[in-house]
Design a protein around this ligand. Sequence first.
Ligand code: AMP
Length: 196
Amino acid sequence: MKSIILFGPPGAGKGTQAKLLESSLGIPHLSTGDMLRASIAAGTELGKKADGYIRSGGLVPDEVIVGMVAARISQSDCLRGFILDGFPRTVNQAQELDTMLKSIGRTIDAILNFDVNDDELKYRSAKRAQDALAAGQQPRSDDNPEVFAGRLKTYREQTLPVLEYYQKTQPVGVVQHIDGMLPIEQVSGQIKKLLA
Ligand code: AMP
């Protein structure tokens, strides 16, 4: 059983690494961003609520997110563990996750903090938008430069405190740091070593 959290700013490579880990560990990748985008595409009530927050670069309210994650981790494919990507993003979400895990007798095995500088993050967001256009797809509404700058601000103000929270409350060794500036294969090598 493994409960793993991939933590870090938008564009740090959490989604890419989560997908690789999903296939190597055989446990599901739970991305709250993907879940929200799927709800928006499906036109659900939850999607309608979330859309404006996402477009503005802000966070979707905790109660919406926490309910969505609680429903997802109670599904049977999560019994052997899961990889969280993009959650928790506030200290309140982290506390709610603690409560959820406690109620099912689980703990967090690893919190991997991806370190990437702001210039690289901005470059990756712009590249993702360009790649989408080149493939004839609509870029993500939050991958334009202005909104992305807002997402970085939101990360610093509301999400970084989650790292301090975990450093204070988790046993030594649970929070680990990843050099997210390296190429994908090297990042994935670092993660394998840390989880071994
Ligand atoms: P992501 O794909 O993880 O970068 O998420 C895209 C957007 O979805 C974020 O900028 C937020 O607006 C929203 N979102 C995703 N996860 C969360 C979360 N845990 N809490 C609040 N908002 C979230």
